[in-house]
Design a protein around this ligand. Structure first.
Ligand SMILES: Nc1nc2c(ncn2[C@@H]2O[C@H](COP(=O)(O)OP(=O)(O)O)[C@@H](O)[C@H]2O)c(=O)[nH]1
Ligand SMILES: [Mg+2]
Length: 219
């Protein structure tokens, strides 16, 4: 078949773009498209109580514009949720989503789970297919993290813990923190600043290394 015979002017009436052009666009817009070097993908949860920095961390690291579902806190929600965070005016109403390529070959799809206990059913759905979780902890309100860590254990989901450091955060010795959070000896524990990209990337890299070493053990 002579394709050109169907149109008087070459190119007129044809498709808007070719695969070659799309590939070119992918090359010229780093960040928007998944890099062609990527060979694996992993769904990762970012969990923790309200105000611990989940939305901040996902926004900090995501190479696409993150999907955020921040909404003004309702009066009913504020009464329940801001006992710990009186200054928090907005809250995540369903989930946050971001994407990050690590080491050029692994793409992480990051899902931030709402921290409030009443969202546990949402959590269970969100956890399907996730390889692991980064649990954020605020040492000013350690007990607020217990629920999230407990859910992860119930779901048998491997995780690492990152203390998101705030200016007035209490500094604990690692063994005290491990004991207070009841962590297994091989669960990674570190400190990050969710507003700082290199610091947040390191926290996610630690989690990925942990997941890889667990995968090697079970092989
Ligand atoms: N000082 C400081 N503030 C932070 C940090 N991470 C988050 N915040 C602030 O804490 C508030 C709550 O963070 P957010 O990401 O919304 O918490 P989420 O409820 O876990 O999603 C926001 O106003 C952030 O700007 C941090 O590492 N240091
Ligand atoms: Mg949030």
């Amino acid at each position: 078949m002579d394709w050109r015979a169907s149109s008087d002017a070459p190119g007129e009436g044809g498709p808007a773009g070719t695969r070659g052009e799309a590939a070119g666009r992918a090359g010229s817009a780093p960040g928007l498209y998944v890099p062609s070097t990527v060979t694996g993908a992993a769904k990762i949860l970012v969990v923790g109580p309200l105000g611990v920095g989940k939305t901040t961390l996902i926004s900090t690291v995501s190479e696409i514009r993150p999907l955020l579902t921040e909404a003004m806190m309702t009066r009913a929600g504020a009464r329940v949720d801001t006992a710990v965070r009186p200054s928090k005016a907005t809250t995540t109403v369903s989930l946050d989503f971001g994407r990050l390529t690590l080491g050029g070959d692994l793409v992480l799809y990051l899902f931030g789970a709402p921290g409030q206990r009443r969202f546990l059913p949402v959590w269970r759905e969100l956890a399907r297919g996730a390889l692991g979780a980064l649990a954020l902890v605020d040492t000013r309100h350690l007990e607020a993290s217990f629920d999230a860590l407990g859910y992860l254990e119930d779901l048998d989901m491997p995780f690492s813990v990152a203390v998101n450091a705030f200016p007035d955060s209490v500094r604990h010795r690692e063994e005290d923190l491990r004991a207070a959070l009841d962590l297994l000896p091989d669960t990674p524990l570190g400190v990050c600043d969710a507003r700082d990209r290199p610091s947040s990337l390191r926290a996610l890299a630690v989690l990925v290394r942990h997941l890889l070493s667990l995968a090697r053990e079970t092989r």
